[in-house]
Ligand binder design. Structure first.
Ligand code: G4P
Length: 533
């Protein structure tokens, strides 16, 4: 490659930042995303990023689902430029449309922003998403939101990060008061005050001589606030974790930022530091070793397939994360699983509002490919070489139902639909061990997936199905050094089933029965994520 071209490619790739925001519903993800897009100039008006508002009121009416999917899809990936960086935000659907896609999206991210509501701290959905990030060892940046409201004490929030998530933290800025008493933040990196003013205004004051006890600071914050700040910062300096970029990159330390997305406070400070500290696309594991984003020609993998994005066309879009090189329209690539050359002629990229046809994209970017039914989750596309990226993990569902077709004559289509949707990664299917009854159990991560599944079987395969919901809540892949004989377990506390790939899975109705089984079989591993062959 010509040196200049190679250098240009390196610069373009190194300027890319691809991340997902992980949070519990209502922490302020939509609001924060919107503010970030405003800074990037990708949208002009606040209130443009819709999405969760609609899905909060999800009903069983399919049109409603379709509408929500339309909305959430436009925000599946959002790209914008900021300070010389190209930023890709991956959406992680929450609420009822929380699904395996939500988890899988994280496999396409180079880092994550963990957003917490200062009054709620670490919540259930955040924990789940955090665990997936941890598994990938990606850096996690924390933004503690809603400082304009009464919340938990900042030190208590840091303790929660450590106690609940097991991650050390390093506050990059520190709040001065909260709620109606919120004065702003002290920026520890730049040693300055960023003061909270009405109407999204801010005022910056540089700290002189590193003296938080100065008369000037007392006048700025008041006697008691300045004393409190001085004590807090002293404590953090002595007892807190020092900033350490290596630990951040390993996902062992999270830099913490405080702010208020709604009032647009602390968001820009966060974004400025984030683009500096967050990693560009890095090398990724494959069957032939690490694939370097710059040295290797185009390659990527499919991490999500969205069907019926446009109800008028009934199309399917496969989302591909580019892992190396440059992509251009009409590129011929090797579809490794099928062993076939294919031409990628209508690649799409996503802005806050629209998707549009693109001419080029680079490692770190996400592109949407029209899918005539040839892609599966985890498929690798390459220009050079026959390698495949590491298999994407499967996650345990939390809702289960037996599924039946209403029309026995349509059994074949029923089976076909079931297996295709399982392969696409939309649902997980299990079979009980007693073959002659042919019980098929459907497992999903989010409730809404049942309805989506029912609708898709009807519209795409012409099959009417009904469910018999099960009380089970937990699934664990059972692994052991020695072969497990399912019939020897004979536990009435769980239901033993086989997954799509014939792996043994145990379904439990309660945590109690799960623990009972774990104690009874200490040599078994009870996995929540299946990432082993
Ligand atoms: P989500 O996408 O994570 O579910 O959260 P979203 O941004 O929709 O925010 C949830 C609620 O929290 C919204 O209020 C939003 O206005 C509010 N919010 C977000 N950031 C802040 C913040 O920094 N400070 C305060 N005080 N509130 C914040 P809502 O009443 O549910 O909706 P809306 O009627 O205001 O849109």
């Amino acid at each position: 490659m010509d040196n200049q071209i190679a250098e240009d490619l390196r610069t373009k790739i190194n300027n890319r930042r691809t991340f997902a925001i992980i949070s519990h519903p209502d922490a302020g993800k939509t609001t924060l995303t919107e503010k970030l897009l405003l800074f990037g100039g990708a949208i002009r008006l606040a209130g443009t990023v819709k999405g969760r508002k609609a899905s909060k009121h999800a009903t069983s009416d399919w049109m409603e689902i379709e509408k929500q999917r339309g909305i959430s899809v436009t925000s599946s990936v959002m790209q914008f430029s900021y300070g010389g960086h190209e930023i890709n935000i991956l959406d992680t659907p929450g609420h009822q449309d929380f699904s395996e896609d939500t988890y899988r999206t994280l496999t396409a991210a180079d880092c994550a922003v963990m957003l917490l509501d200062s009054a709620k701290g670490v919540e259930a959905q955040t924990i789940k998403l955090f665990q997936v990030c941890r598994m990938q060892n990606i850096p996690i940046f924390t933004f503690i939101n809603k400082m304009d409201r009464e919340g938990k004490e900042p030190l208590a929030l840091l303790e929660e990060l450590e106690n609940v998530l097991g991650i050390r933290s390093c506050p990059m800025n520190w709040p001065i008061g909260m709620g109606s008493d919120f004065l702003g933040i002290y920026d520890r990196i730049n040693e300055r005050f960023d003061l909270f003013r009405e109407q999204e205004q801010r005022e910056l004051f540089e700290l002189k001589d590193n003296d938080l006890g100065s008369q000037e600071v007392k006048e700025l914050l008041g006697e008691s606030r300045s004393q409190q700040l001085q004590d807090d910062i002293e404590l953090l300096d002595i007892a807190g974790d020092p900033f350490d970029i290596d630990k951040i990159n390993e996902g062992k330390l999270t830099p913490v930022f405080f702010g208020s997305a709604l009032t647009n406070f602390g968001v820009q400070t966060f974004l400025d530091e984030f683009v500096k500290l967050s990693p560009p696309p890095s090398a990724r594991k494959s069957t032939i070793g690490m694939i370097d984003p710059v040295e290797n020609k185009f390659s990527g993998f499919i991490f999500k397939i969205q069907a019926n994005m446009n109800p008028a066309h009934r199309d399917r879009i496969a989302f591909l994360r580019i892992c190396s090189g440059r992509f251009e329209r009409n590129l011929s690539v090797n579809h490794v699983r099928l062993g076939k050359q294919i031409k990628l002629s209508q690649p799409q990229q996503f802005l806050a509002q629209d998707r549009h046809i693109i001419d080029e994209a680079f490692a770190g970017d996400i592109i949407g490919l029209f899918d005539p039914g040839i892609f599966q989750i985890g498929d690798t596309l390459t220009v050079e070489g026959n390698f495949q990226f590491d298999k994407l993990p499967q996650f345990t569902p939390e809702h289960f139902a037996k599924v039946y077709t209403k029309d026995a004559l349509k059994h074949k289509q029923f089976q076909k639909g079931l297996y295709q949707l399982a392969e696409e990664g939309a649902v997980q299917i299990y079979k009980t061990f007693i073959n002659h009854t042919e019980d098929m159990i459907l497992g999903v991560v989010g409730e809404l997936q049942f309805e989506v599944f029912q609708h898709r079987l009807k519209s795409e395969y012409g099959v009417d199905v009904y469910f018999q919901r099960l009380n089970h809540q937990f699934a664990r892949w059972l692994k052991s050094e020695t072969k497990i004989d399912p019939f020897s377990l004979g536990s009435s506390n769980c239901l033993l089933v086989k997954d799509h790939y014939d792996n043994l899975v145990a379904l439990f109705e309660s945590e109690f029965s799960l623990r009972w089984m774990m104690e009874k079989y200490p040599n078994f591993r009870f996995q929540t994520i299946n990432n082993e062959d």
